[in-house]
Design a protein around this ligand. Structure first.
Ligand code: SF4
Ligand code: SF4
Length: 172
């Protein structure tokens, strides 16, 4: 991997921590191998994200990571590789994404994973709440969830036409 790409991915990790996708594809052979390391369960959709091997900001099974992880390149990484975005800008984009992912915490909500945001969006703008203050809080969280999703779709996810779907890493 080129040095700039490595620097970007080491600062990012959003394709490992569940922010972008719910699952990564694994082959049967990889499933068996990683199951021995306690990384892949029985989920037929593949490797569940957030990945339990992503700790301390790095992949703990890097040498044995699935082929999908080896080949995956998000929109931002491809833009960097193609020379369309300089490293400094790409790093700023990752920092901005992480800032948005943390924003729900101020409102007492977790926006950090795709699954969490999908739950919020399914509940709707009022979150199914009846009382005015709870409705207002749910509305704020909903707006934040939509904003995070749009940012990630625009800058990082590869499925540009999807709205927080699909949840499985597409091929790069
Ligand atoms: S989301 Fe993109 S930039 Fe971030 S670690 Fe994955 S491939 Fe690298
Ligand atoms: S196996 Fe490693 S590279 Fe693949 S999702 Fe998990 S932490 Fe990321």
């Amino acid at each position: 991997m080129p040095a700039a790409a490595e620097q970007l991915c080491l600062a990012c990790g959003l394709c490992c921590n569940g922010a972008l996708y719910d699952h990564a594809k694994v082959t049967d052979e990889e499933r068996d191998r990683l199951a021995g390391a306690g990384i892949v369960g029985t989920d037929p959709a593949g490797l569940s994200l957030p990945c339990s091997a992503y700790r301390g900001g790095a992949c703990q099974v890097y040498a044995d990571r699935p082929s999908a992880c080896r080949t995956f390149r998000c929109r931002l990484l491809r833009a960097l590789d193609d020379g369309d975005v300089p490293l400094a800008t790409a790093l700023e984009t990752v920092a901005k994404a992480k800032q948005l992912l943390r924003r729900g915490a101020e409102a007492g909500a977790d926006l950090s994973t795709l699954a969490a945001r999908q739950r919020i969006r399914r509940a709707g703008p009022d979150g199914g709440q009846q009382e005015a203050a709870a409705k207002a809080r749910a509305a704020r969280i909903y707006v934040e969830a939509v904003a995070v999703g749009l940012f990630l779709e625009r800058h990082l996810r590869n499925d540009k036409d999807a709205r927080e779907e699909p949840a499985v890493q597409p091929s790069a």
